[in-house]
Design a protein around this ligand. Structure first.
Ligand code: AMP
Length: 280
């Protein structure tokens, strides 16, 4: 496995691989890797000749400077996870390499910007869209792998790939969870032991909401029940709890019978912002 820090060496290495007829699989990350990330690398390994993982904590997708500062940076440990998972190339640029000047471009994802993550993290998807576009141009992958943990990100990037005619296939991959149901996240390591102990409430709530919907309850009453449940647990500050259709992420009144339903949540626990979702 090679670690490359510059755009030019990454481009030229991958160009040479492509000339040899090799297919390229790409997994963009912000590092602080865990099994959720390595599941994407393993999938990419199965389906491509060359596997590239980028590690870049992208400043333009953080609205909150404190969150950016606190984001864990663990390149050494990350490399130790990536090699056995089957990664060939780690692209780990610094911010000056990626942004010699800040981009003027803004991307507008329409309604996808105005719900859930978009509503609470103004400019977040603009930052994600720009950095992922840059990474796609640098790596030029055949396939790019993203976790459904960030469901709205998958929806936004699917739209971007379509609208901007990126010549690649975007592959959504399932959420990897801890044994107690907590969705794996780089942010989990910032939880105190007490907070970590109660964090699985988030995924349990999603399962509970799913079963209420399957039993015929409407979204409004399910949301009311879940919101009231959280209001009795002062450790959590619920940011949103939404029941939406999977395709457009628009709120729906009851379980989507003609397609998939997505239940999505964001909550602060111990000042750490956690997100999760369930799709059925
Ligand atoms: P991040 O480093 O958090 O930006 O995540 C990089 C990629 O890993 C994104 O496509 C995430 O959706 C994905 N990812 C993060 N956590 C998980 C998880 N628990 N299960 C599956 N994919 C994940």
């Amino acid at each position: 496995m090679q670690v490359l820090n510059t755009i030019s060496e990454t481009k030229s290495f991958l160009k040479s691989q492509r000339k040899l007829g090799k297919s390229i699989g790409f997994v963009p990350t912000m590092g602080a890797l865990h099994e959720g990330h390595t599941s994407l690398i393993s999938r990419a390994r199965e389906e491509n000749d060359v596997v590239v993982c980028s590690i870049f904590v992208n400043p333009t997708q953080f609205g909150n400077p404190e969150d950016l500062k606190m984001y864990p940076r663990t390149l050494e440990a990350d490399s130790q996870l990536l090699e056995p998972a089957g990664c060939d190339i780690v692209f780990a640029p610094n911010a000056d390499e990626m942004y010699p000047s800040l981009p003027n471009l803004t991307l507008d994802f329409g309604n996808l910007e105005h719900v859930m993550e978009g509503k609470f993290r103004t400019g977040h998807f603009n930052g994600v869209g720009i950095v992922v576009s840059k990474l796609f141009h640098i790596v030029n992958p055949d396939k790019a792998y993203f976790g459904l943990k960030d469901l709205q990100q998958v929806a936004v990037l699917n739209r971007m790939v379509k609208d901007l005619s990126f010549d690649l296939e975007l592959i959504p991959c399932p959420i990897v969870r801890e044994k107690d149901g907590l969705a794996m996240s780089s942010r989990n390591r910032r939880l105190s032991p007490d907070a970590r102990g109660i964090a699985p409430v988030i995924s349990k709530t999603l399962t509970r909401a799913k079963s209420l919907l399957l039993n015929g309850k409407d979204s409004k009453s399910v949301i009311a029940e879940i919101t009231s449940h959280f209001s009795q647990m002062p450790e959590f500050q619920l940011e949103y709890f939404e029941i939406s259709d999977f395709e457009h992420l628009e709120p729906i009144e009851k379980q989507n019978e003609s397609g998939k339903t997505a239940i999505c949540i964001a909550a602060y626990l111990d000042n750490v912002r956690l997100i999760d979702n369930i799709v059925f």
